[in-house]
Design a protein around this ligand. Structure first.
Ligand code: SAH
Length: 441
């Protein structure tokens, strides 16, 4: 029987975690290679700010990538996203207790802590939750292993500390809990993860029985283009054909009709059921966890004013595999359909994609061609800003409404005329010399 070499941090909790994993694999023998992580060596780094995402995993991952160990056992919430190249999660174990606990002097509850008490916390989330309930508290950086953290209370340096319930359970210290806190916690808190090199099929096989996440579906953020199905990429078409479920936006509604997958409206237009971004993120995640392949179909390109970045991050932080399929963004489509180049030799050597909403945040960067998304109801404000920043009143401007759809309309105008327009239909505003018929302005 092979004997695996398992890398782990060298705290008592980390060693318990390794025992827990192999308790589930009684036939597999292993030898421990315990090594401190960067975070273990530098206990002055506060986790309340934005520490490097791999502060507790880098050294162990490197040991695995170099082949000095076969696998590493981590608290899943410590994993960076995306994982370093060449590494994969061989197993994400089912969640233990995902809650946070307060350990305090005199077993005081959060409510009972004296005014201005020093409370140790080790994440911005915990700090935020503490202050939301007790703005008077002094939140201080909490570092070290669990024993060292509890010691801060015992020696009087801190009045209380927040730690994960599962950590206390693993160490047999649940007796120290003064209160279970109703805080939202990191989505992977309470999960253990085993990482291996992605090319070690032998190991993937060994850990597969423990893995909950291989049964999950995959997600794809798919760009739908501006609306005309002919402007959908072939790759997007393949994804949409193969997927189990499509979550679509208003701007992608013309595209979904052609596909057999289950369709779920995830738009935010008023009048229809409005979803918050958080709800959409969570629905995507739950569908993936239920084993479905999910296509998130977004108008244009998913990464241009589509909040695709947030969805990607939300899913990747939960270890969901996400593909991204680019789409023709509305700016390119509008320019092509109005036959005005966004760049042109001698007239425009730079182009900026901008948001026209909200009015207070309209920007006028130093680019030759300016393209505003979401500017229908703020055309007057955009025009005023541009004029104030010194652009000539006769500078050509073009509005393309419903680009590529049967209702498409093109309005050719100038900056000074633009002031008078207010349009509710989705439109792209292009401002610059290339938007006019002649270059004389
Ligand atoms: N991700 C999309 C943009 C989403 S923001 C993309 O890459 O195109 C929504 C804005 O996109 C709308 O307010 C509008 O400014 C623009 N838009 C999207 N589709 C459009 C279309 N067919 N015609 C004109 N504007 C469009």
């Amino acid at each position: 029987m092979v004997k695996l070499i398992i890398a782990s941090r060298n705290s008592p909790l980390a060693l318990k975690q390794v025992e827990e994993v192999f308790g589930l694999l009684p036939k597999i023998k292993y030898r421990l290679l315990a090594a401190p992580s960067y975070g273990d060596k530098h206990k002055n780094i506060s986790l309340l700010a934005s520490p490097p995402p791999n502060i507790f995993t880098k050294e162990l991952d490197e040991i695995v990538l170099r082949g000095q160990a076969d696998a590493a056992v981590h608290s899943a919430k410590d994993l960076p996203y995306p994982l370093p190249d060449g590494l994969t999660v061989a197993a994400l174990l089912p969640a233990g207790d995902q809650r946070d606990a307060l350990v305090s002097k005199n077993n005081w509850s959060l409510k009972k802590l004296p005014r201005g008490a020093a409370v140790g916390a080790s994440s911005p989330l915990r700090r935020r939750e503490l202050l939301a309930r007790r703005p008077d508290l002094r939140i201080v950086s909490l570092r070290g292993n669990i024993g060292e953290r509890l010691q801060k209370v015992d020696c009087g340096q801190m009045t209380a500390v927040v730690v994960a319930v599962c950590a206390l359970q693993r160490l047999g210290l649940t007796g120290r809990i003064a209160e279970i806190l109703p805080f939202p916690t990191h989505p992977l808190q309470g999960h253990l993860a085993v990482t291996t090199r992605a090319d070690r099929r032998d190991l993937l096989k060994i850990f597969r029985p423990l893995d909950t996440h291989r049964a999950w579906g995959r997600a794809a953020l798919v760009g739908a283009g501006p609306g005309d199905p002919l402007l959908l990429t072939r790759q997007a078409d393949i994804y949409l054909r193969r997927t189990d479920v499509i979550f679509y936006d208003d701007l992608a509604r013309t595209i979904v009709e052609d596909y057999a997958a289950r369709k779920i409206y995830a738009g935010k237009r008023k009048g229809r059921q409005a979803h918050t971004q958080e709800t959409i993120n969570e629905k995507l995640y739950q569908a993936v966890r239920a084993g479905l392949n999910v296509a998130r179909l977004k108008g244009g390109d998913p990464f241009i004013f589509g909040r695709g970045g947030e969805e990607l991050e939300y899913l990747q932080r939960r270890l969901v595999t996400v593909d991204v399929v680019p789409g023709i963004t509305a700016a390119s489509a509008a320019a092509a359909l109005a036959k005005i180049p966004l760049t042109k030799r001698g007239q425009s050597a730079s182009v900026a994609l901008l948001s026209g909403h909200p009015a207070s945040k309209i920007k006028v960067p130093a680019a030759d061609t300016l393209v505003y998304y979401m500017a229908g109801t703020t055309l007057a404000e955009v025009a005023a800003k541009l004029l104030r920043s010194g652009q000539p009143p006769r500078l050509p401007a073009i509005c393309v409404l419903n680009a590529s759809l049967p209702e498409q309309r093109i309005i050719r105008t100038t900056l000074q005329e633009l002031k008078h327009l207010k349009i509710k239909t989705p439109l792209i505003l292009i401002v610059g010399r290339t938007a006019g018929n002649d270059a004389e302005i």
